[in-house]
Design a protein around this ligand. Sequence first.
Ligand code: LLP
Length: 463
Amino acid sequence: MSRSAHPAGPRHADVMTEGHYTAPPADLNALDEKVWARTVTRDEDGVITVGGIGVTRLAEEFGTPAYFLDESDFRARCRAWADAFGRDADVFYAGKAFLSRAVVRWLQEEGLNLDVCSGGELTCALDAGMPAERIAFHGNNKTVAEIERAVAVGVGRIVLDSFQEIARVAHIAQRLGKRQRVQIRVTVGVEAHTHEFIATAHEDQKFGIALAGGQAAEAVRRALTLDGLELIGIHSHIGSQIFDMAGFEVSARRVVQLLAEVRDEHGVELPEIDLGGGLGIAYTSEDDPREPHEIAKALGDIVTRECEAAGLATPRISVEPGRAIVGPTAFTLYEVGTIKPLEGLRTYVSVDGGMSDNIRTALYDAEYTVALASRTSDAEPMLARVVGKHCESGDIVVKDAFLPSDLAPGDLIAVPATGAYCRSMASNYNHALRPPVVAVRDGQARVIVRRETEEDLLCLDVG
Ligand code: LLP
């Protein structure tokens, strides 16, 4: 396996189809609805619009680079997940994908819960009025202060990630006179990415407590004896950008086996299992994601079947999609600055952002696509690499994609499917100012995270 393969990447390097962009698409102006947010289209002048507003107007008003988020698409995806899983299951949006106070309000309005994994995310959630009981608190090394706060405000569950944390949370809860609802995160020996999963030898990671060697059973034993804890279930998260349900199947089977062992040993049937997030989205036309109702049915069937086989009542299921909700709802808009054709290779198109607003290409070898957004063009396609303005040759936003050969400085180009893990992983590298997130809905655009300013940079630098 390639050393550059990253567990969170859309593809392992060893299954990446080499040069799959060597043939240009039939129509460079077409917008594949799989990849673009739902209200994205081109107007009669060929300008890409979202929520009824053209990108030329958006760029004038909000500048570039900027993320434009299709609010009605975000809300529709929340509803689709909530409806698909129904009343007997809980959907926790994974805030790490992208979190802001507006997002927290949309989640509440659309009936979703929230998974946070830091004190900062918890603050954002509480500040925007998310009821604490609808929050799950994750993380492999929560600080004592974070745990104290989570317990004190009454989060719905803390997902315990280590033996130390079992003792720590129990102690803090007892000290605060509380009984904290908790789940134990286990590693089931499965790692899944995109179209493959590996069912052995993936305990070698920092998260969770291994099922192997009776570790997870021991964790359950301890949690059940501690007064400060109410153990409500087992949690498993197997990877990112997954299309193949086979990894979930193995995971669910192993978690249910643990539930059966717990019943046999302690006479207790734990009422919940959480199968984590990781469901894939389309970054390019080659990706084929599943709809929430298919995922809900597949997961429900697996858990029901395994529980029947083990003679257990079916537990309440929860899931934690992040990318699958917010990922497809946004695109990043850039202005083209310079264009360098390299004879026999490709054309480098430099934009006004880069790895500071999308680190995923550099970090995970992620695939993206790109479209000329401020107009259409009938010019011949050229093989392009969209790069940023940072002092680093790995500063690539889109590795290989076709753009029209009449592309010119000043044109606007848009990279779709940047809603997840782009703004949330953005940095100030080279003192870049992190771009704003603008929510667009029914002809109205409003900033939900403003652009950083140079004053913002300097106010952290105390001189
Ligand atoms: N639940 C747990 C416990 C997780 O660790 C994660 C992601 C999720 C849910 C949400 O996964 P999602 O549905 O969004 O794939 N920065 C990487 C992804 C890291 C994901 C870490 N955990 C990326 O850009 O691909």
